[in-house]
Design a protein around this ligand. Sequence first.
Ligand code: HMG
Ligand code: MG
Length: 298
Amino acid sequence: TFPKQVRLVEVGPRDGLQNEAEPIDTATKLELIDRLGAAGIRTIEAASFVSPKWVPQMADHREVMTGLARRDGVTYTALTPNLKGLEAALECGVEEVAVFGAASEAFSQKNINCSVAESLTRFEPVLARARDAGVRVRGYVSCVLGCPYEGEIAPVKVADVSRALYEMGCYEISLGDTIGTGTPLKAKRMIDAVARDIPMVKLAAHFHDTYGQALANLYAVLEQGIGVVDSSVAGLGGCPYAKGASGNVASEDVVYLLNGLGIDTGIDLDALAATGTWITQTIGRPNRSKVGVALAAK
Ligand code: HMG
Ligand code: MG
C-alpha cells in the first residue's frame, strides 16, 4: 500500500551538480539551495566533503555549508566518505551526513578507492564520531539495480550491504540505481530483499533516469510502502563525459506523480518548477523535468 506522506530528499545541489565540468559559482549553489527550501523541500543535500581531486565541483563544500541561509524545518546534509570529510563538515555546522557504499565491488573501487568490506570498516569511525557529535548519518548503497562494470547485481548483495550500514547505525538507507538500468519488477524484488532485514520506513529510493524508467520504478516501490524519495530539480545530473547518461529522477515529476496519488509532500510545485527553470538557464543545461517544461510553457 502507498504511504500517506512522502519525504523528498533533494539531491540536486550535490548529485545534480557534482559532474558539471565547468565550475559553478558558490553563490549560484547557495541560491539554488535557498530556492529549494523556499519551495517546501525539507531535506536538501547541499554539499559533498570529498577530495577535490576526485570531484572538483564540490571543492567549495565549506563555503556552501557555512554560507547557507538556514531555514527553520529544513535539514541541510552533506556526503562524508571518511573521518577527514566528517571533521570538516562538523566544523561547518552540519546536522546530518551520509556515507556512501556500494553493492558492487568494482564500483566501490572506482568511486571510493576501496573494497566494499574496507568501506564498511572505514565508515565505522565515521558513524561513531557522528554519534558523539549528535549528527545523524544516512547510508547510501550504489548500484542496487545494476553496475556499469559488473552488470547485474544480485538483490542479496544489496541486502547485505544495506543491513551492514543499518546495523552500524545509519538511520536511513538510500538505495541507488546509479546508472538507471532498473525496471519496476527488478526494483520491487530488490526492495523485497532489503526490507526483509530493515523496516520499510527506513528505506529511501534514489533512482536515476538514464533509461527513462525512474518514475515507473518509483511507482512500483511506492506501492510497496517506500516513503522517502531522492530526486533532483530539473533532473540535474549525469556525467558530461558519458554520452546519454542522465541525472536523478526530476523532483518536479515526482511531486506531480505524488500529487496525483493524493500523497502529501508539502511542496509547492510551481515554486519548484520555477527553480528548475532558473537553475537550468543559469548553468546552461536542458531542463530534464517534463513537468517543469510543461509548466514553464503555460
Ligand atoms: P583516497 O585517495 O583513497 O584517499 O580517496 P586518501 O585518504 O589516500 O587521500 C588522498 C587525498 O585525498 C589526500 O590528499 C587526502 O587529504 C584527500 P593529498 O595528500 O593527496 O593532497 N582527501 C580528502 N580531501 C577532502 N575531503 C576528504 C578527503 N579524504 C581524503 N573527505 C576518497 C578516498 C573517498 C577520499 C576519494 O575516493 C573520494 O573523494 N571519492 C569521492 C567520490 C565521490 O564523491 N563520488 C560521487 C558521490 S557518490 C554518488 O554519486 C552515488 C550516490 O548518488 C548514490 C547513487 O546514485 O548510487 C550517492
Ligand atoms: Mg546518485
